[in-house]
Design a protein around this ligand. Structure first.
Ligand SMILES: Nc1nc2c(ncn2[C@@H]2O[C@H](COP(=O)(O)OP(=O)(O)OP(=O)(O)O)[C@@H](O)[C@H]2O)c(=O)[nH]1
Ligand SMILES: [Mg+2]
Length: 317
């Protein structure tokens, strides 16, 4: 175990790749590596990049990697696909877009298909980002598609959230955008080489102004790299402002709190689901329909069953 941690701290890429595959794969029981990771990380900022599918997140990360390397930073990337709607080919696409960095020892890119992973998007992301932090990567960049629940999840994992938007999504974007703007520390409007982009920039600025929120909206062209240095400067500024001692102390705590919340919700939902299919349920339906018990009673019985199961699991280790 110590040997593995030493290798990881030295940035051994094979050890890192292996650890990423093994960590979080065991279900309920935690490996000693997972415990060690929680203890040894929490100092390095994680920057989240989220936005609609195809908006240019991977292209942006690729461009940012160039500049971060010029600043002498070693950068870890976790590209997450929580929706499971993309094929392996699309995941490969992420890597292809950032492929020119694959031979660079100062960059480590991991694509994650979290479909079917217990606990969803965030556990696997959390483990991989912690591993990258332990291996000396700073910052750690996390790409995730911003749809539905994921946008809330990325907020609980990343320290800085960059929301990437782009023109050409029609009205569908409105709902997504509203949720995304909530979680933004910075907004990058990509594809500003396209004619409709400036309108989007103005619109987003107006929305922030109306809500009295001081969020910078940066116009970029990820493909050509225009605007990317300005975005990076803004990220450095925000990062510096947050790199105070208290922020660093609370970073690890906040991640663990998010981890507890997500795992608790996940485990409770699973256990309740199983309790709902138990043999007692038929009797409760009958009693409830005859007015012989209240819904509150049924709920508390189901919750008790689920809790007993969780307790048993914990006792079994
Ligand atoms: N016109 C234009 N196209 C861009 C720009 N940046 C990226 N694209 C294109 O947008 C498409 C999607 O880019 P990706 O970087 O894969 O987008 P993504 O957000 O990572 O996509 P998913 O990971 O699938 O959600 C590609 O065809 C890019 O070439 C830009 O600045 N201008
Ligand atoms: Mg991508």
């Amino acid at each position: 175990m110590n040997e593995l941690v030493n290798k990881l701290r030295q940035g051994n890429r094979r050890a890192l790749a292996r650890a990423m595959s093994s960590v979080g794969a065991t279900g309920h029981a935690e490996s000693s590596l997972e415990v060690c990771l929680r203890e040894s990380t929490g100092q390095v900022p994680w920057w989240g990049f989220t936005g609609p599918p195809g908006v240019g997140k991977s292209t942006l990360l690729d461009a940012l990697l160039v500049h971060l390397r010029e600043h002498g930073r070693r950068v870890g990337v976790v590209a997450v696909d929580p929706t499971s709607t993309r094929s392996d080919g699309a995941l490969l696409g992420d890597r292809v877009r950032m492929m020119r960095h694959a031979v660079d020892d100062g960059v480590f890119i991991r694509s994650l298909a979290t479909h079917g992973h217990h606990g969803g998007l965030s556990d696997a992301t959390l483990h991989c980002a912690r591993l990258l932090e332990l291996a000396g990567y700073d910052p750690v960049l996390i790409e995730t598609v911003g749809v539905g629940q994921n946008e809330v999840e990325i907020r609980s994992v990343a320290d800085l959230c960059v929301v990437v938007l782009g023109p050409g999504y029609g009205d569908d974007i409105q709902l997504v955008k509203a949720g995304l703007l909530e979680i933004a520390d910075v907004v990058a409007v990509n594809k500003c080489d396209l004619p409709e982009a400036q309108r989007l920039v103005n619109e987003v600025r107006q929305e922030f102004a109306a809500a009295a929120r001081d969020i910078e909206v940066v116009a970029i062209e990820a493909k050509s790299g225009n605007g990317v240095p300005e975005l990076l400067q803004r990220l450095f500024e925000l990062d510096r402002a947050r790199r105070t001692e208290t922020a660093e102390a609370s970073r690890g705590r906040r991640r663990t709190l998010g981890e507890i919340r997500r795992r608790t919700e996940f485990s409770c939902r699973q256990a309740l689901g199983r309790a709902m299919t138990g043999p007692e349920v038929e009797q409760w339906i009958t009693k409830l329909n005859r007015g012989e018990c209240s819904l509150a009673t049924v709920i508390s019985r189901l919750a008790a069953l689920a809790l007993a199961e969780l307790q048993q699991e914990a006792d079994d280790g």
